[in-house]
Design a protein around this ligand. Structure first.
Ligand code: CA
Length: 746
């Protein structure tokens, strides 16, 4: 480009910049340390500061815990043991294919238990795209990430003449090999906690820009290299990896990090984050609210992980964690659908449909390669949680027009998921499906967590019915709509709550709504009674009507926060978190109850939802290390905040409806596919004015308690006039209420 042209381009940029109002950076509002002050006994999020790009194949994190600990970074720790390539979606699932790099300034110590160096949070800067820390020994390390690689810079204090780098492939049959001449350390990490085929390996390479003057390896899969540096001379470390092969790792390396500087990688990762986070712009509110919002959005955009790599002619392919073969196409993993079907995937369908498309393909790939749809994958099937929430994700995206796979194959996979169970992993497929089909519920104690399973299967059946109906398969739709009413079979009329029944149809004795475990999953009847996402109206009628259900919701918040830990036998962290958050029996720190506040909209008392969602946003989230009131869980607890701050929440994926709450910001702008925007204005908003007095949608009076996916996608403007007192007239008519199967709406 000649100088004249360059000047012209600069001028255009300047003009464009002048026309645009100043928009503060979304990336700068993110605090990746939100939620990191967590332990086994108490979770403030169980997060780690992932340096990554959205949905990246590899994340990177400073490591403070010992190798193998799920708490790889805990805010209260004082030693840093490495900079780690990680794929961990949750401490409870742990990591796979991980390795780490540690700079040392003095004595050579290979073992992670010995090599830790003290650090302080004062000397630490964490951002989504780059992390920097100054260790107590004066070493400054900075790392920025690409999708499959990273560039790290290490600056030792001037007096350190012969520093070391340790590369740790985490044992477990992993290995490392030093190639002095080419400045490379090759390795393979075979570390895992299950969910991988026998041939699993993460092939990585690490390249230094200064000669290694002394090197060595040990039996535990660790290597070290010593460098002779001039005072002030920095070492640049470039890394990349592949789950496919060492050759593919080289290709990923050449494309993503070779010859690139830390500054370049930092800047391009920053741009990716700014674009992705910037699809939602919020204005007004406090600086802290902005920080929480974008920190939550950052978490929502990390998982699921794309395992897709690009071959020599840029063809997408992936190593299948299901059959151990390399296939063409896309694969996403590291996701607990039990968590993320609720709000993470619905957010993708709205603002990141390209990810929903990849996920939809991944579902069928997993089915083809393993015989089942995934429910909790990391990277392959894992035994964790319950339900058939893959059906929710598949149906919701399809019904919203994301249709990139063969519908007959998808229908076959969904049907199969309800009719079979994985031979070894009870949470894949449908555990207890024979009971469920013959009795209309899963019996307890014959099957563990049976009542929770009945409720989740009934919702999944409704999702399948909706999907089948959209394909014109009314035979299947009718069968599954009927099964979707099975939630009624675990509703205990004498108590007005869900409870457990044995195979003879006898109710379990000694009803106690505060007893955890047993027929439930990580909760009690207080939490699971609300799990009728597709038919809150039917649930209300079982309870005795709208007013009874509203009063029961009221009493959930008013009840004492007592508990019986039941079959868990100890205070699991979810119980401790419910007690600590002090909202009665409402346990926002875990997923089964996270939609419950929005159920007020279904029983014609929406103002109570408006007040409660604002209370939860104000009290239970903060941008610091104690940021969450329980596990963050692959974006779900974050996506709750993102949606709620916008003013609505997808209570029942599959309906395409977003149920109104109370927006946090004065203005929020959604940048939708096709260049359209949807703007939410909250006029006269303040912490003491959470109530919606009146609303208009595109200038017309709007009385409903929900928006539809199509209304959002078309673009437009929702104006909410906020007030300090509830308007008990708005949103109370039958036509204002969101979808329930029992309303008989289409
Ligand atoms: Ca959870």
């Amino acid at each position: 480009m000649n100088t004249k042209k360059l000047l012209g381009v600069c001028l255009l940029f300047l003009l464009a910049a002048c026309r645009q109002p100043f928009v503060p950076s979304a990336v700068d509002a993110v605090n990746p340390l939100m939620g990191t002050a967590s332990t086994f006994a108490f979770s403030h999020g169980n997060t780690y500061p992932a340096v990554a790009i959205p949905w990246g194949m590899n994340f990177w994190s400073p490591q403070t815990g010992e190798n193998g600990s799920g708490w790889m970074y805990a805010y209260g720790d004082t030693l840093l043991r490495g900079f780690r390539q990680t794929h961990q979606p949750s401490p409870w699932i742990n990591d796979y294919g991980t390795f780490s790099i540690m700079p040392l300034s003095g004595e050579l110590k290979l073992d992670d238990k010995e090599r830790g160096v003290r650090f302080s949070h004062v000397e630490e800067q964490a951002a989504p795209h780059v992390y920097q820390v100054r260790l107590e020994d004066g070493t400054v390390a900075s790392l920025a990430a690409t999708a499959r690689g990273a560039v790290m810079e290490v600056a030792w204090p001037a007096e350190v003449k012969s520093p070391y780098i340790v590369v740790d492939a985490y044992g477990h049959g992993g290995s490392v090999k030093v190639e002095r001449e080419s400045g490379l350390i090759h390795g393979v990490s075979r570390y895992n906690n299950g969910g991988v085929p026998d041939n699993f390996g993460n092939y990585f390479l690490v390249k230094f820009d200064k000669p290694m003057v002394e090197t060595g390896t040990d039996e535990e899969g660790r290597a070290y290299a010593r460098f002779d540096l001039q005072p002030g001379e920095k070492l640049t470390v470039r890394m990349a990896s592949s789950f496919i092969s060492p050759e593919q790792a080289r290709l990923n390396f050449d494309r993503e990090v070779n010859d690139r500087t830390l500054a370049e990688v930092t800047e391009s990762a920053r741009q990716v984050w700014e674009e992705m986070l910037g699809r939602i712009r919020v204005e007004g509110g406090t600086e802290e609210q902005r920080r929480v919002f974008y920190s939550c959005l950052y978490r929502t955009l990390l998982f699921p992980r794309s395992l897709t790599e690009f071959g020599p002619v840029n063809e997408p392919k992936y190593y299948s964690p299901y059959d151990g073969q390399v296939h063409n196409g896309e694969m996403y993993t590291d996701n607990g659908f039990w968590d993320t079907f609720r709000a993470v995937h619905p957010l993708f369908t709205l603002l990141y449909p390209e990810v929903s498309e990849g996920v939809q393909q991944s579902l069928l790939h997993a089915y083809a390669e393993s015989g089942f749809l995934p429910e909790w994958a990391s990277p392959g099937h894992r035994g964790c949680m319950i339900g058939n929430n893959s059906l929710s994700i598949a149906a919701d995206a399809w019904l919203k027009g994301i249709c990139v796979v063969d519908s007959a194959q998808l229908l076959e996979a969904m049907l199969h998921q309800t009719r079979a169970r994985h031979a070894e992993i009870s949470s894949v497929g449908r555990d207890g499906h024979e009971w469920y089909d013959s009795l209309g519920y899963v019996p307890y104690p014959e099957v563990p967590e049976a009542t929770a399973k009945t409720l989740e299967y009934a919702y999944a059946d409704w999702c399948l019915a909706r999907f089948a109906e959209s394909l014109g398969r009314m035979d299947i739709a009718e069968e599954y709509y009927a099964k979707a009413q099975n939630y009624r079979n675990v509703f205990y009329p004498e108590q007005g709550f869900v409870w457990a029944k044995d195979a003879q149809g006898r109710w379990r004795k000694d009803f106690d709504a505060t007893e955890w475990g047993g027929p439930f999953t990580e909760g009690s009847s207080w939490h699971w009674t609300w799990s009728v996402l597709h038919d809150p109206e039917g649930l209300a009628r079982l309870m005795g009507g709208h007013d009874v259900m509203a009063a029961r919701l009221d009493s959930m918040f008013a009840a004492p926060n007592t508990y019986d830990y039941g079959t868990y036998g100890f205070v699991i962290h979810e119980i401790a978190e419910m007690v600590a958050l002090d909202m009665g029996q409402y346990a926002h720190g875990n997923q089964p109850v996270q939609h419950a506040i929005y159920l007020y909209d279904y029983v014609a008392q929406p103002w109570k939802a408006q007040q409660r969602v604002r209370e939860v946003m104000d009290r239970l989230y903060q941008s610091g290390p104690e940021g969450y009131c329980g596990d963050e869980d692959n974006g779900q607890t974050s996506a709750w905040y993102v949606f709620s701050a916008l003013g609505f929440y997808p209570v029942c994926p599959g309906t395409g409806e977003y149920v109104l709450g109370s927006p946090l910001f004065d203005k929020a702008t959604l940048s939708l596919p096709g260049g359209r925007t949807f703007v939410i204005h909250a006029e006269g908003n303040s912490p003491s004015r959470p109530y919606i007095r009146r609303a208009t949608l595109n200038g017309r009076e709007f009385t409903r308690n929900y928006l539809t996916h199509d209304e959002l996608l078309q673009g437009g403007e929702l104006v909410l006039e906020m007030d300090s007192v509830p308007n008990t007239m708005r949103g109370t008519q039958a036509e204002d209420l969101p979808y329930s199967y029992s309303h008989g709406k289409p």
